[in-house]
Design a protein around this ligand. Sequence first.
Ligand code: PEP
Ligand code: MN
Length: 272
Amino acid sequence: MTIVIDEEPKRMVVEAAGAKLGGGHFGIIAGPCTVESREQTLEVARVVADNGAIMLRGGAYKPRTSPRSFQGLGVEGLRLLQEAKEETGLPIVTELLDVRDVEHVAEVADVIQIGARNMQNYALLTEAGRTGIPVLLKRGLSATLAELLMSAEYVLKEGNPDVILCERGIRTFETAYRFTLDLLAVPALKEMTDLPVIVDPSHAAGRRDWVEPMSLAAAAAGADGIIVEVHPDPDAALCDGSQSLELDRFAAYSERVRQVADVVRGVGSAVL
Ligand code: PEP
Ligand code: MN
């Protein structure tokens, strides 16, 4: 399979406020699905920062299936992320849902997340590209890898070479889990492009006990990183609690995932 569609200048190693992904740099991006409160955000930020995460994730603007579900704290959520960054030093990954929010999001985000549902929102991709801030582009629910790469081109063509591709599960006939995590996307994308490729096991699994095995598998498949949801009290989470790791389990999880990534990359003492 040879698909030569990524022609724009791009970076193999994406760097955001000192954190690097790609080209041999593996990292875990962790945090709550949604910024809910100051206490929740700072608590998660402190624990993941102390346990090897390289960036903090958290949505201030949330794409919800139901318009009646919690939509995020908006500008107040961004402010809380900024505070978490100031305290922990972790770069911030947060979603840009709407072109109208680009200025607010760009003030705080070190990486702008484009969610699966917006992978083919070309106006949004263009705006994200114009900020010059690295973009984490999630694969659409039913998008092919070629379509994902074409969407990345919308960012790259604005002169923004920093795109991180993210496999987060696709829709198949299988209903036993939330989405089907397509881990073959990792080696396949690596053949098709130099851009870093990360995996989101949380949204595919939909259940926290399936998140670690899929994270280990993603690291074993050669992913450049993992983006994972973590919450201090998942049962009380306003969004995606069932798939969020409990905060007190993060340290052991992070250690195991990084060990597998080290083995695969031939770093440290363990070898294959
Ligand atoms: C998220 O990261 O919380 C999210 C909504 O992800 P996705 O766009 O992959 O569904
Ligand atoms: Mn989520």
